[in-house]
Design a protein around this ligand. Structure first.
Ligand code: HEM
Length: 745
């Protein structure tokens, strides 16, 4: 701390406005922890539990066997205004254990103590073996009806609305790992349909690392931290990962997607989702087609810059889950269109030379357009993370009439794996009765008993055939699940892949060639970073050989970065037709829910007007000033000490802040510059926004800040007379997501 700076003066000023700030803090800024403001003193008056926050939802109130109970969602939450034991007995004192005198030993008879501690001791359950880190939201899916000719599925009929619960995740990291690591993202959707629950358990990348599920433990063991040191967490930049993918070359395609910007999404709201495998849809006439599922985000597909992703891992490791919660709370409901690519169900299950059973291949949209069949809107946050997000259990085998699987050997293993793992993770066979997993239709199975049985089954004959329960329950052909009687070609039992699975490089090259120049640059840097983190030069050498088979220029660039010779390809580098749909560059997208950082001070005239304009545009303003509390008539969300550019999509500067009392100039850990006339933290904000190719705007004295940093005349930098005008200009540029040209400078 610099003793010459009048920190106390600032402290006093902040305290004097703190109370006023609390009153005036705009309630539209999302993130308040409770549903009511917290009073200063601990309440003394008993009251019923506070309701959930307005943007929160809970699982439908259904009985364990799917009957609507008509109860309010809060019927599943705590009841009454007094503290009780688990048996409902009121508790007089929860702060002191029962002891033999105030200095004596604790007594075994203290049931409240033992119940409290014992339950606490068992609060944790195993995290998911993969996809442990995730977050989720409730929503609704509305079908367009365009899928009616190809499937009997009731929830895909025109106008049908179906409740959904969606969980997004990373794959490699533990439950507490950072959100913005370079990884594949899970995109799992539970449709609570009237014909049973349908789960679409997909990823944000349309291809997978392996062709046969028997390799899943191998690829995951390779990607997880090293078994001796448990390093590194949630990273693929290490020897075991690259050892595996360079040897097991069918993984090269997925690895390239991970190395691209797709591996570091800006937001879950801005990701595509893919079912990966080919599925089979069956219509009323029993005719089938093959399909691939696609989720298309209305906000477009956008990514972070790699440096941003790395910084966010420290600045806000919960960045993606916060982004989803905040967007829903602020009313910027994320939406996706569900679409299908449709292929004839031919005996060879090939389309234009692409084997539809090979999950390391995708079908370019240019040769099989994605046809929209419905829209999903996520509009409610969970009320309780554990009950909903942690206990939800997805399964690719949760299918409904009209949707069937194919023989994709990866999908076939998945059909076994999910139920198996959930038996352990959720502690027994009855996890379908956990509220978030309960179907929204009648359940009449003959599964009985087991740990945590919530149903109170009636009758005496859970077997078929029976007479004692009137023969119930009855199988029926009416709207029931019918496995498509697909012909199985005469064959021999064999551990082998079809020949068509052997091409491991042509689609990787297709992806590479479909990227714009800045996107290719990012891929080169990602490979260089990841391989540069490996110790073994033999592994780098082997991966460089794989890159040579994909593209000699890519290989050369990475090799240069690694300081190693670039090998020549050993096979012919195939000519491919690029798929422009794969690039993120070139379109304009909606900007709902984007974060706008706004630097202001007491002299900024129109801070309130800019704040209102940002809200009106469906975005979230974050006011940044030298100190917290109030500046002028607006409440500050970030001080220079707490703000970091990576939190914002764009930056607006409406003041020229001289160094604040708590700025340490040359010694400041957030200083990007020297001891100049401007607060070093603001200088850093601008520098980083520039480097990460974000749109920057300024008005009034803010233009001097941009001039001082040397970016005033740069691309994607605008200035205006008023704050609202500056925002409008920034807004016009934001739809492209980044100032892509800056990545080429
Ligand atoms: C044979 C290959 C695979 C196996 C054995 C496998 C296995 C698993 C397991 C055991 C889990 C944890 C489930 C739980 O504890 O509830 C899981 C989660 C998940 N898997 Fe797979 N997986 C495979 C391939 C895939 C593929 C190809 C995709 C994408 C198309 C995928 C997407 C997901 C997702 C999204 C989750 C997280 C579900 C959630 O949010 O709870 N998996 N997988």
């Amino acid at each position: 701390m610099d003793p010459t700076k009048p920190v106390k003066a600032v402290k006093d000023a902040v305290e004097s406005v703190a109370e006023k700030a609390a009153e005036m803090l705009d309630p539209q800024v999302p993130g308040s922890p409770g549903s009511a403001p917290a009073p200063l003193a601990e309440p003394t008056q008993a009251q019923p539990p506070l309701p959930p926050k307005a943007h929160q939802g809970a699982p439908d109130t259904r009985s364990p066997t799917g009957a609507p109970t008509g109860a309010a969602p809060t019927a599943m939450a705590q009841q009454g205004e007094y503290l009780t034991t688990a048996q409902g007995v009121r508790v007089r004192d929860t702060d002191h254990s029962l002891k033999a005198g105030d200095r004596g030993p604790t007594l075994l008879q203290d049931h409240h103590l033992r119940e409290k501690i014992t339950h606490f001791d068992h609060e944790r359950i195993p995290e998911r073996v993969v996809h442990a880190r995730g977050t989720a939201a409730h929503g609704v899916f509305e079908a367009y009806g365009s899928a009616e000719p190809i499937t009997t599925a009731g929830f895909l009929k025109a106008g049908v609305e179906t409740a959904v619960f969606v969980r997004f995740s990373t794959v490699l990291g533990s439950r507490g790992s950072a959100d913005t690591v370079r990884d594949t993202r899970g995109f799992a959707t539970k449709f609570y349909t009237g014909e049973g629950t349908f789960d679409l358990v997909g990823n944000n990348i349309p291809v997978f690392f392996i062709q046969d599920g028997i390799k899943f433990p191998d690829v995951i063991h390779a990607g997880k931290p090293h078994p001796d040191t448990e390093i590194p967490q949630a990273q693929s930049a290490h020897d075991t990962f690259w050892d595996f993918v360079s040897l097991h070359t069918e993984a090269q395609h997925h690895a390239m997607w991970n190395m691209s910007d797709r591996g570091i999404p800006r937001s879950y709201r801005m990701m595509e989702g893919f079912g990966v495998h080919t599925f089979r849809l069956v219509n009323e006439d029993g005719k089938s087609v093959l399909v691939k599922w696609h989720w298309k985000p209305v906000l477009g597909v956008h990514s972070l810059a790699w440096e941003e992703a790395q910084m966010i891992s420290g600045v806000d490791p919960d960045y993606h889950r916060r982004d989803l919660y905040d967007a829903i709370e602020s009313g910027a409901y994320p939406q996706w269109e569900l679409g299908v690519q449709v292929f004839p169900d031919t005996p060879d299950q090939m389309f234009e030379g692409i084997d539809l059973l090979d999950p390391t291949k995708f079908v370019p949209e240019e040769i099989a357009p994605v046809q929209a069949i419905g829209k999903m809107t996520l509009n409610r946050n969970p009320t309780n993370f554990f009950a909903e997000v942690e206990q939800v259990a997805f399964h690719v085998g949760h299918l409904v009439p009209g949707i069937d699987v194919t023989n994709d050997p990866l999908l076939q293993t998945r059909l076994f794996s999910y139920l198996d793992t959930q038996l352990t993770r959720l502690g027994g066979p009855n996890f379908a009765q956990i509220p978030i997993n309960r179907p929204h239709c009648p359940v009449n199975d003959m599964l009985r008993d087991g740990f945590h049985q919530d149903a109170v089954h009636a009758g005496v004959a859970p077997y078929k055939p029976n007479t004692l329960d009137g023969g119930n329950p009855f199988p029926t052909p009416e709207r029931s699940y019918t496995d498509m009687p697909v012909a199985v070609t005469e064959s021999r039992k064999i551990r082998a892949n079809p020949l068509s699975f052997e091409d491991h490089f042509s689609q990787v090259r297709l992806f590479w060639q479909s990227m714009s120049t800045p996107e290719q640059e990012h891929i080169i840097r990602a490979y260089t970073f990841e391989l540069g983190k490996c110790y073994e030069s033999s592994i780098k050498k082997r991966q460089l050989q794989c890159l040579a088979e994909i593209d000699p220029v890519l290989c050369q660039e990475v090799a240069t970065g690694l300081g190693m010779p670039a090998p020549a390809p050993q096979t012919e580098v195939l000519q491919v037709v690029p798929s422009p749909a794969l690039s993120q560059v070139g379109s304009i997208w909606p900007t709902d829910g984007r974060m706008v950082g706004i630097v202001v001070d007491d002299a900024t005239q129109d801070a309130r007007a800019v704040q209102e304009a940002v809200f009106a545009a469906g975005m979230v303003p974050m006011l940044i000033a030298a100190h917290g509390g109030m500046v002028g008539n607006v409440a500050v969300q970030r001080s220079f000490a707490t703000a970091r550019s990576v939190e914002f999509d764009v930056l607006l500067v409406g003041s020229f802040p001289v160094p604040a009392p708590d700025a340490l100039a040359l010694r400041d850990e957030k200083s990007g510059a020297g001891d100049g006339p401007m607060d070093p933290r603001v200088e850093l904000l601008v520098q980083e926004s520039w480097r990460h190719a974000k749109v920057i705007g300024a008005w009034g004295p803010g233009a001097e800040v941009l001039a001082a940093v040397g970016v005033l005349d740069g691309q994607g930098v605008v200035t205006a007379e008023s704050g609202v005008e500056a925002f409008e200009q920034v807004r016009a540029l934001m739809g492209a997501h980044r100032v892509w040209e800056r990545f080429l400078m």
